[in-house]
Write a protein of this length. Structure first.
Length: 569
């Protein structure tokens, strides 16, 4: 449980007194003439005020005269009822209001805040966030997105990136949807890796969004020849298409060089007039053709591929196993000129689309995951080569951090892209997921690159809740300690303590997401504060189907089905 600070007590006392007087006056005015004929409240109010003032000055003469008139008129019981009932109800209403606003979920142990971040809940959080935004705007900053319907950050604070942590079912996607809707309406550029997938249903507009999903009929065709047009970009592409085997990197590194040599050969011989069918054919070149092309067009790998070498055979086997899906893309994207799309042209403003959506359908994840890693790597390289800008806004959204293979470019995107206009929305379920992919130290580094952090309900197992609570920091408080001696005399001393602003238990025991909303904590960089909020579910209008099978995909399925029928007959 959290402590009641002296600031909360003072604020509650002032606000409560004002509200109690206002509610009481309004209630008396509305009910004064109910069941009586003793005149309007307007006639009695001046006498009541002067009587109360006289009593405060220890002069009861005015009150005695008024009371005798009430008794003489037979209104004693009426007066008692008309005063006690409304005033009691108003008192109870005021106490309830102050408890909900200032002391919700808090104990009766008082503490004085000395230093460190502060925790604000509910309306207190809204008021503090509004005050912070006014200060930012007065300092020359601009209005940015709303991380909550009542909490808006500055445009400059967006570059601090936002990560949302919470166990499955805690409501991460709903919080990200709230932000994605704003990004879409603002017309910002956005690359989304849709893991569920669920975002494309409300983001995919044929005029504004490009879908990169070969098995989907609506997909654009990625023109790899345009984006991997140099040896450097070719190496960048192959490093994401073939991920390093940590146990024995020799085979994957060799396979990368072979693939890079194939791409460089196609670039040298066909310029940009090649696509996935040509790359698929290149992967089936015999040893003689492969060696000749490497020596002529990519001599840096000439020592890697040697005819008759078992090591070379291992490279080619690894290449075949890791890139079997390239042949699938060759069938689904046979024409490079049909709905072409280039990530380089998109970053440079040469594409009409604002949004790129890469859905991760489970049955085609072997296609979508490496493609997203490549797109992120290429986007990072191109964005970082641009001049600094305060008006450029390019977002990357990754709703499940652990669903994307290890991508070194994400670190550069988060750490170096701020001055270029790069922004990130990400989510993950536990620290252990990130540590499995990036290692403990690198995972910690990645999370530290997010200055805006929201934490929803966490699982009780593992150390994720403890690590998440540590993000919110610690504060120093001064708490009274009462001691009683043997003769019953009491004395009060004040003890300074450091305590976590949010405990791991607070995160573990957050309520599950319901139809009323999602509860959690959020820390916004530069505010020295943490807010406990309830996010309402965003209003979503779906405008697109989740999946429209490609005609080529359906055709292949029908052929297989017909063959089975013939066999069965």
């Amino acid at each position: 449980m959290r402590t009641i600070t002296s600031d909360s007590v003072v604020s509650a006392s002032i606000v409560g007194s004002v509200l109690f007087c206002f509610f009481s006056f309004a209630a008396l005015a509305l009910t004064w003439e109910v069941g009586t004929d003793w005149g309007s409240f307007r006639d009695h109010a001046p006498i009541l005020v002067s009587s109360a003032w006289g009593l405060l000055q220890q002069d009861s003469s005015e009150w005695n005269r008024y009371w005798m008139q009430l008794v003489a008129g037979g209104y004693r019981i009426d007066f008692i009822l008309h005063m006690s009932v409304p005033v009691s109800l108003c008192f109870a209403l005021t106490i309830t209001f102050c408890k909900m606003v200032y002391f919700s979920d808090e104990c009766t142990q008082f503490a004085k805040h000395l230093s460190g971040p502060k925790l604000f809940t509910g309306k207190q959080a809204y008021l503090h966030a509004a005050k912070q935004l006014r200060a930012d705007l007065a300092g020359g900053k601009h209005v940015g997105v709303s991380v909550h319907p009542k909490v808006t950050v500055s445009l400059e604070a967006e570059t601090g990136n936002l990560v949302v942590m919470g166990q499955h079912g805690s409501g991460k996607s709903n919080l990200l949807k709230l932000l994605l809707l704003q990004i879409q309406s603002r017309g910002d550029k956005l690359l989304v890796f849709d893991d569920k997938p669920e975002y494309l249903k409300f983001l995919f507009d044929h005029k504004e969004a490009a879908l990169i999903c070969a098995p989907d009929e609506r997909s654009r065709t990625w023109t790899i020849a345009v984006d991997a047009d140099t040896p450097e970009t070719a190496l960048m592409v192959v490093s994401q298409l073939i991920h390093t085997d940590s146990a024995d990197p020799l085979w994957t590194d060799g396979a990368r060089l072979v693939l890079a040599s194939c791409i460089c050969t196609l670039n040298a011989t066909l310029k940009t007039a090649w696509g996935w069918p040509e790359l698929s054919d290149a992967l089936t070149w015999n040893h003689e053709t492969l060696i000749r092309n490497i020596q002529e067009y990519y001599p840096a790998a000439s020592k890697t591929v040697v005819e008759g070498s078992r090591t070379t055979e291992g490279f080619l086997v690894t290449l075949t196993l890791r890139l079997s899906w390239v042949h699938t893309l060759a069938r689904l994207w046979p024409d490079r000129t049909h709905n072409p799309f280039s990530i380089k042209e998109w970053v440079n403003g040469e594409s009409p689309y604002k949004i790129i959506i890469i859905p991760n359908r489970s049955e085609y994840s072997a296609l979508s995951k490496p493609l997203c890693a490549v797109f992120l790597s290429l986007m990072t390289a191109h964005v970082l080569s641009l001049p600094d800008s305060r008006t450029r806004r390019i977002w990357f959204c990754l709703d499940e951090f652990a669903s994307l293979p290890k991508t070194p470019a994400i670190s550069d995107w988060l750490s170096k892209g701020r001055s270029k206009g790069a922004r990130t929305l990400a989510g993950f379920q536990s620290f252990s997921q990130l540590e499995d992919i990036y290692g403990e130290k690198m995972a910690e580094t990645l999370v530290s690159l997010f200055t805006n952090v929201a934490v929803l309900r966490c699982g009780s197992g593992g150390s994720s809740a403890r690590k998440a609570a540590g993000i919110f920091g610690v504060r120093q408080v001064e708490r009274p300690v009462v001691t009683v001696n043997s003769v019953g005399e009491s004395s009060t001393t004040y003890q300074r303590q450091e305590e976590p602003l949010v405990r791991a238990e607070d995160l573990i025991h957050l309520p599950q997401a319901t139809r009323h909303g999602i509860e959690g904590y959020i820390c916004l960089g530069g505010t020295n504060s943490v807010y406990r909020l309830r996010w309402p579910h965003p209003s979503i209008t779906n405008i697109a189907e989740e999946f429209v099978p490609s005609k080529r995909l359906v055709g292949q399925f029908n052929i297989k089905t017909n063959r089975r029928r013939k066999r069965n007959s």
